[in-house]
Write a protein that binds this ligand. Structure first.
Ligand SMILES: C[S@@+](CC[C@H](N)C(=O)[O-])C[C@H]1O[C@@H](n2cnc3c(N)ncnc32)[C@H](O)[C@@H]1O
Length: 239
């Protein structure tokens, strides 16, 4: 279900997904556009600094749920390479297309990425998975894995409560829509195909590293995952 600019989301979307595809992505962009891409924010962004440590001039970086692509643009400006920003919000994409003409913008969703298999060296997914309808979560995990090449890196960031927690989406209290906060590195780690090479606890209000003792409602994480399809198996005997 890769979205085109003409299709604001199929009528078959689950209600939660329909809400986010048909307006909340735009609304988030409008609420935050003033600060996205600010010089200080870019310079202090721990996801960008980690991406820059991994990216080179040939790296293909894909930011899924990119909003206006501010992070992809910052990485491309510093390192070169190709930057691809994927988001369902047409307002964010229209803004990013003007602001960051070297970034390739694609309208799409995490559970059905408009990208070829193994086409990315580095995939970033920051504060997106907690918005997904639960029926889409494992499809999104599979899609992120599909587009990332073997040997590539996945940079994941989201909330980190003590246990999986659902919270009413406070911007739209009149509708029955939730956000789902949990450690989204776990499905990748459980596959045995990814190793976590770094984990940082952050304060989601600032995006900055924080103490683990932080209020769990405000706590977030960054996980740097390395994909290695063969490397974590030990050789066994035949059978
Ligand atoms: C909380 S914002 C985070 C934006 C950006 N990643 C950041 O960290 O600044 C969530 C973003 O995910 C996008 N989004 C919503 N539903 C999505 C989906 N199903 N697949 C991919 N992105 C989605 C929204 O349009 C929005 O831009």
């Amino acid at each position: 279900m890769s979205l085109t600019p003409e299709t604001p989301g199929p009528a078959t979307s689950p209600p939660q997904e329909a809400l986010f595809l048909r307006g909340e992505g735009d609304a988030w962009f409008r609420r935050n556009v003033a600060s996205l891409g600010e010089e200080g924010r870019v310079a202090g962004d721990p996801l960008i600094s980690r991406a820059l440590a991994l990216a080179g001039a040939e790296t293909v970086v894909v930011d899924v749920g990119s909003s206006n692509g501010w992070r992809a643009a910052a990485i491309q400006t510093a390192r070169g390479g190709r930057a691809i920003a994927v988001d369902p919000s047409m307002e964010a994409i229209d803004d990013g297309t003007v602001r960051y003409p070297r970034v390739d913008f694609l309208r799409g969703v995490a559970h059905d990425l408009p990208l070829a298999s193994e086409s990315a060296d580095l995939v970033i997914v920051s504060f997106v998975l907690h918005w997904l309808d639960r029926s889409r979560l494992l499809a999104a995990v599979a899609e992120l894995d599909r587009v990332l090449r073997d040997g590539g890196h996945l940079l994941l960031s989201d909330f980190l409560p003590d246990a999986p927690t659902r919270v009413r989406y406070h911007h739209r209290p009149e509708v029955d829509v939730w956000t789902y906060k949990q450690d989204y590195a776990q499905p990748f780690l459980a596959s045995g195909l990814y190793a976590e090479i770094e984990r940082v606890v952050i304060d989601h209000r600032t995006g900055q590293p924080a103490d683990r003792a932080l209020d769990p409602r405000e706590r977030g994480f960054i996980s740097v995952l390395h994909k290695d399809l063969q490397g974590r198996y030990t050789a066994g005997t035949a059978g």
